[in-house]
Design a protein around this ligand. Structure first.
Ligand code: MOS
Length: 775
């Protein structure tokens, strides 16, 4: 942080992905593409009832099928010493939080040091189902594993397993399912589930206008293009896992704990992950099951989930029912805000969707209540998904704000400006940086918002009703401890390593740029590597915190290596820099020189050659400092949307979205823009398309494929106009980056819903906004 920021030739540039050629040529190796000799193939057998017990699994036909090596069931599965037990057997939340506080999600062994004030701590312990018992918690739960010499043989044999159950009544109705009171540990920090400020009832009584509505969001599944998969290989009691994951160290710690083996006996590799969106933040059943299967057959084993198995066993966004009550004075000033959210969880874990968290910090109001509750159902466990909390919560809050603007006959942007929070109203702390006002102004201008006529149905175009809506976006700026090692090579190139992940965001590229600038090298001469637990430990790629966390470590390691070079030069009588003042030395383009006299200098390579010819290396552990306690750190933005709704048929089209966001320093203008576009596309999916249907009697995931679970395709996406408001935030991370990604989805669904209201006069409070709701 104390490092003066010199000229930064690479950071911020729209550099193309360094891994682009690997990806377009197919040379990028994803976990399931790992080639190991003698590899066998595992397929999961899943339950077909939502609740009860496995009475018997008849595996005789499967075992006789061609190529079958093993059929593992609850009856013959090995007992795993550290297998977690379902929620009913878990410790009370208080105790659990103390033990796990500050750890990455999914990580729950003695491995610590991943947390930090701004980090996202662990949710309650992930409870994968590992055939340790005969209990069935949901329809689709892994209850068996078939291993064969080919994938096709394994698939065929899995079909031959006959299961009889002792079925029990299932809880599948959110309206009547049991509450899980007091047992939820908040997944986004040490924040209470419930907060109160002032007196909401009094604030409502004083209000000139009130709105009070319930908003609902459906079960969603992440559906990254690449299904979850693991290749497991044992060498004695040492295990290597090639995994499609957002967190190699989370995988390592959980697997070591569950199998009861030392941490150092587990190595996890992941060089490319084909999307995760939260569903690959920690280990689900298949990771341990692949290791179990590999041990059973004495061969490496590859386990790839089918698309159908992506619904249930690997998390999803839970349903939410949210009630938002707002009161405002005639001038728009909020006199009261109440936001309560109920979300669904499984009978395995208590995972809470933190929908009302953003409401605590977003607007100024003297009277505020937020609360969260859980309903426990026989469904797969929910988890983090695409801005968990903010994406669902801002749909409710920002829709309600729009309804309030209508009630007050006030412009929606003016209403939000009126209630702008200059300080964090929850903690009372100043924001480390905030450019939300500028985002409203810039977004409105680029969109043409002043040309909007406020009356619903007032902007039609032939058969299409045109609607313009907007909403606020926000997401926390998180940072976790991270480590990196940088090595400057004798030939004047360098590499930097950090055990992070590339989940498609551009981490390889942005980290190359950060390292290049800090080293004083052009990015072509820097190689950044990630994805191996033999590298310095990094947090999972979750919570949009990789840029700030891993980026800070990469920067600091590179600076430390460069400083070693500088010291070498200052002490070397043969160097043109001998005896110079350290503060006068600059590094650029692989050369050290004096700021005061650029002609006095030499290349890294020449300096190293004269000084033994050995690489110069530095390793650092980077941690957030006291500024994390002193400032409230969040990104903000404003999203403006145009929709067209067909008068007769009710289809909704989104021809354009304009967003302006303040996200600290943008490390790469191209990949950051791509992330915002993708975030908006997620928002279009959330608003209009995505919904997982669960059969109300059998708990079966009904639309468990990409033909029936709709995600936006190109035809669903119009123009997305991305702007960043530049922020120079000296507190948020060593490189000034807050992180991008998840903020892109926040506010989008409300912006679309508000535009649909403006187009049609119909307020849809239940996502997704399908045409049946508009007819
Ligand atoms: Mo994200 S939902 O933190 O992977």
């Amino acid at each position: 942080m104390s490092e003066p920021r010199g000229p930064a030739p690479s950071v911020g540039q729209p550099m193309s992905r360094v891994d682009g050629p690997l990806k377009v040529t197919g040379a990028a190796r994803y976990a399931a593409e790992t080639q190991l000799p003698n590899i066998a193939y595992a397929v999961m057998v899943t339950s077909t009832i939502p609740n009860g017990r496995v009475r018997r699994m008849d595996t005789s036909a499967a075992e006789r099928a061609p190529g079958v090596l093993a059929v593992i069931t609850p009856e013959n599965a090995p007992k795993l010493p550290g297998a977690p037990r379902p929620h009913s057997a878990q410790q009370p939340p208080q105790q659990q939080q103390q033990q796990q506080g500050g750890q990455p999600q999914g990580g729950a062994s003695s491995q610590s040091g991943q947390g930090g004030p701004g980090a996202r701590p662990a949710p309650p312990q992930r409870v994968p189902t590992l055939m340790q018992h005969d209990r069935v918690h949901y329809n689709g739960q892994p209850i068996g594993v078939v291993v064969a010499d080919t994938f096709e043989h394994a698939m065929e044999a899995a079909r031959l397993v006959r299961v009889t159950y002792a079925a029990e009544p299932a809880q599948l109705d959110m309206a009547t399912g049991p509450r899980a009171p007091g047992s939820a540990v908040h997944p986004t920090g040490n924040e209470p589930k419930r907060t109160t400020r002032g007196d909401v009832e009094r604030g409502l009584a004083e209000a000139a206008a009130r709105v009070d509505h319930t908003y609902t969001t459906p079960l969603e599944n992440h559906n990254p293009m690449e299904p979850h998969n693991t290749v497991a290989s044992w060498d004695g009691d040492r295990l290597t896992l090639y995994d499609s994951t957002q967190g190699i160290f989370s995988i390592r710690s959980t697997v070591a704990r569950i199998f009861g083996i030392p941490l150092e006996n587990v190595r996890v590799l992941s060089h490319f992950t084909g999307g995760g969106f939260g569903s690959k933040g920690g280990p689900w059943s298949h990771v341990m099951l692949s290791a179990m299967a590999a041990r059973r057959v004495g061969r490496p084993v590859k386990l790839v989930l089918t698309r159908r198995q992506m619904f249930g066993p690997v998390g999803g966004r839970p349903r939410t029912v949210q009630r938002v009550t707002l009161g405002a004075a005639a001038d728009g000033a909020l006199t009261a805000v109440r936001h309560t959210s109920v979300s669904t969880t499984s009978t395995l874990e208590d995972w809470l969707e933190p929908s009302a968290m953003a409401t605590r910090i977003l607007y100024q109001t003297p009277n505020l209540e937020t609360d969260h509750d859980l309903v426990r159902l026989n469904v797969g466990s929910p988890t983090f998904m695409r801005a968990p909390g903010e994406a669902t919560g801002l749909f409710a809050l920002e829709s309600a704000l729009d309804e309030l603007a209508v009630a007050l006959k006030m412009d929606p942007v003016a209403l939000r400006l009126k209630n702008h929070a200059d300080r964090d109203p929850h903690s009372g702390k100043p924001f480390s940086s905030k450019s939300l006002r500028e985002c409203y102004t810039l977004g409105a201008e680029r969109f043409g918002w002043p040309r909007r006529t406020p009356e619903p149905r007032s902007m039609a175009d032939g058969d299409w009703l045109v609607g313009w809506g907007m909403a606020t976006a926000t997401y926390p700026a998180r940072r976790s401890p991270a480590a990196a090692v940088a090595r400057i090579l004798p030939d004047g190139r360098a590499w930097v390593r950090a055990g992070s992940q590339e989940i498609g965001c551009g981490t390889y590229t942005a980290m190359t740029q950060v390292a290049a600038d800090a080293l004083g090298l052009p990015p072509e001469r820097v190689r950044f590597e990630l994805g191996d637990t033999d590298m310095p430990q990094n947090p999972p790629s979750v919570g949009s915190m990789t840029a700030a966390s891993t980026g800070s470590a990469v920067h600091e390691a590179a600076v430390a290596a460069r400083q070693k070079l500088v010291q070498m030069a200052l002490a070397d009588r043969a160097s043109p820099l001998f005896g110079a003042s350290e503060s006068d030395v600059r590094a650029a383009d692989g050369r050290l020189s004096l700021a005061s006299d650029a002609s006095r200098g030499e290349t890294f390579a020449a300096l190293i050659a004269r000084n033994g010819g050995q690489p110069v290396e530095a390793q650092v552990q980077s941690r957030p400092g006291p500024e994390q306690q002193q400032y409230s750190m969040h990104s903000f933005g404003a999203v403006f949307t145009e929709v067209r709704v067909h008068r007769e048929l009710g289809q909704v089209r989104v021809p354009r979205v304009v967003g302006a966001w303040g996200v600290g320093r943008v490390l790469n203008a191209k990949t950051a823009r791509s992330q915002m576009i993708s975030g908006v596309v997620w928002g279009i999916g959330q608003a209009l398309l995505e919904e997982t249907h669960v059969d109300p009697r059998l708990g079966r995931y009904v639309n468990a494929d990409l033909a029936e679970y709709h995600v936006p395709v190109n035809a669903d996406v119009g123009t997305i106009d991305v702007s960043f408001v530049e922020e120079d935030d000296p507190y948020v991370s060593a490189i000034g980056a807050k992180g991008v990604g998840e903020i892109g989805i926040t506010g989008v669904a409300a912006s679309i819903a508000n535009a649909v209201y403006h187009a049609t006069g119909k307020r849809v409070r239940d996502l997704p906004i399908t045409l049946d709701k508009l007819l």
